[in-house]
Design a protein around this ligand. Structure first.
Ligand code: B12
Ligand code: SF4
Length: 494
């Protein structure tokens, strides 16, 4: 394993606390805390898109407030404290909860009011409350304006809570104008739907107290946001953009004239209807992130994942490939039916089916989920050190593997996947797509020793930009061919 550059492993030092300084009135700083990067995976994935949580909160900020954005993972140091913001809003996930609390203490010592929100605040509100002036449980877009208004009136409460049942169309557009644009592959991380038709036992969507009914935004609202940001590549960060095929079809029809390329997370059942896959391709979809989770049916049943059978995955991947859609498969390792052969079998399957990319995750019981309760009841939770709940560390006792075997197997999967031989083996069968695939793969998978420099010097957009534009142009040609083929098909039928 390569050594990890310090700025990918250790949070930036917080400066000395200087008390008694004046706060800038009606100013809010929104912070995404630092987290240590897994050296086995790509460092590049952390700068693909900005956090939509904070741009959404920024969009909900009343006009009489000045709002700024700071992401510590862009390696520009700790959050700025000159001028001192009146309010600091911090997003908290369990993997960076400890850092979020450090930042909260530092900001409060300076005199700023600290508001914590995000997934971890929802699952562990009492813990978060100890570190904040106020916490936001659930949808921050609804809560943030009320919090700021209470601050203005000197009536800040300790807890604010909102569920996700309000119509989505009421959300103001996220504010992407406050982002350091050069620091991301694309600033257009966008969300069209909320929730998922599944409720897998290990997924954060099954967290106690999280009521997230499936919601879809007006297609025209989504399109307006994309157009306003003016980027050629759009990343949908929905849990599952394919949960409602009819909606996805409508969205594809609206995206098609934009000439952009896009990617999204979907479940593999999106391939139930090949015409939907064709519509996705014709609207610019170049890649999907698919949570296959496991090739073992028993694991999927235990996780209560409703999905086509693993024996049918290969045919479905081939269908996506046929429409020029690259597949990034997500696999979870360490389920109860996994034995020492799971690593080699999974990677072999990935190579046989030429998945352009894959991510591996050690099974991680998020607090508040059915999986956590089950493992806790069985006495299999090893510790509650949330920093390590990042799907790169073993935090529970696996059934048919030792912790060391799971850890080694996980590392082996990434080493193998990122090897020259494996990258080559998985190249697209269309020879015209190979060059772009190789360039992307090498930048993404084999450049970890350079990423911290690229990020620190804000070169991300400059480096990825030409590759994105090349892919977009190639895809526009591909779409023309697809349209011609579809036209022939339709005229043959009439
Ligand atoms: C995009 C994404 C990423 C991107 C992040 C890019 C970026 N800069 O944001 C990348 C690829 C880097 C990434 C990496 C990882 N991710 Co991720 N990611 C997501 C994803 C798909 C979307 C996040 C998002 O933007 N959501 C939309 C926003 C609007 O929702 P939100 O964050 O919940 O915010 C709302 C509220 O929580 C609240 N809120 C949030 N912050 C704040 C702050 C304040 C002040 C207030 C008032 C309110 C508030 O208001 C918001 C609006 O309602 C989610 C799944 C999902 N769809 O949410 C997974 C997800 C967040 N990731 C997850 C994981 C596990 C990881 C990794 C650890 C996996 C891995 N090993 O690679 C890594 C590492 C990150 C880390 N250490 O934390 C898990 C987290 C589970 C958990 N319980 O914490 C999720 C939920 C996926 C899943 N299904 O399990 N991820
Ligand atoms: S299909 Fe994916 S997003 Fe949906 S519940 Fe399962 S793990 Fe979560």
């Amino acid at each position: 394993m390569d050594s990890v550059p310090a700025d990918m492993a250790i949070a930036p030092a917080l400066g000395p606390i200087r008390v008694g300084r004046e706060l800038a009135g009606n100013s809010a700083l929104l912070v995404n805390p630092f987290y240590a990067k897994d050296p086995r995976a790509s460092f590049g994935k952390h700068v693909l898109t900005p956090t939509l949580a904070l741009t959404s909160i920024a969009g909900a900020t009343p006009a009489n407030w000045d709002v700024r954005y700071w992401d510590e993972n862009l390696l520009q140091g700790p959050p700025p404290s000159d001028p001192l913001p009146q309010v600091v809003g911090i997003s908290v996930h369990l993997t960076f909860a400890r850092r979020a609390y450090e930042l909260a203490a530092w900001s409060r010592a300076h005199g700023s009011i600290v508001v914590l929100g995000g997934l971890h605040v929802l699952s562990c509100p009492e813990e978060a409350l100890e570190h904040a002036d106020a916490i936001a449980i659930g949808d921050g877009v609804q809560l943030w304006p009320a919090i700021l208004s209470d601050i203005e009136r000197g009536k800040l409460q300790r807890r604010y809570a909102a569920d996700y049942s309000r119509p989505y169309s009421l959300d103001p557009p996220p504010r992407r104008d406050i982002l350091p644009r050069a620091s991301f592959l694309t600033t257009t991380s966008v969300i069209a739907t909320r929730g998922c038709h599944n409720r897998c036992g290990f997924c954060y969507l099954s967290t106690d107290g999280l009521h997230m009914p499936y919601r879809m935004r007006e297609v025209q609202q989504v399109v307006a946001e994309i157009v306003a940001d003016g980027q050629p590549y759009v990343v949908f960060v929905d849990n599952n953009l394919g949960s409602r095929p009819a909606y996805l079809r409508k969205l594809c029809a609206a995206l098609r004239p934009l000439g952009i390329i896009w990617s999204a997370a979907v479940t593999i059942d999106v391939t139930d209807d090949p015409t939907l896959v064709r519509d996705m391709a014709q609207s610019g979809c170049t890649g999907v992130f698919v949570g296959f989770e496991s090739l073992n049916e028993g694991n999927l049943t235990d996780a209560r994942k409703r999905t086509p059978a693993p024996v049918d995955y290969a045919r479905r991947v081939a269908l996506l490939h046929q429409y020029g859609i690259q597949v990034n498969g997500s696999f979870v390792l360490g389920f109860d039916h996994d034995r020492p052969d799971v690593f080699a079998r999974t990677v072999q399957w990935i190579e046989e089916n030429r998945l352009e990319c894959a991510t591996f995750h050690i099974l991680t019981p998020y607090p508040g989920t059915p999986l956590f309760r089950q493992l806790d009841a069985q006495g299999r939770i090893l510790h509650r050190d949330w920093d390590k709940y990042d799907t790169a560390h073993v935090v529970f006792q696996p059934k048919h593997l030792s912790c060391a075997e799971l850890d080694r197997g996980y590392a082996w999967c990434y080493d193998r996947l990122f090897s020259h031989a494996s990258i080559w083996r998985r190249r697209p069968s269309d020879s015209r797509a190979v060059l772009a695939y190789l360039a992307m793969s090498y930048l993404y998978k084999r450049s970890n020793r350079f990423w911290h420099l690229l990020i620190r010097h804000r070169l991300t957009a400059a480096l990825w930009g030409p590759l994105i534009e090349h892919s977009r142009r190639r895809h526009l040609k591909f779409r023309q061919q697809l349209d011609a083929r579809t036209g022939q098909y339709i005229s043959a039928r009439v």
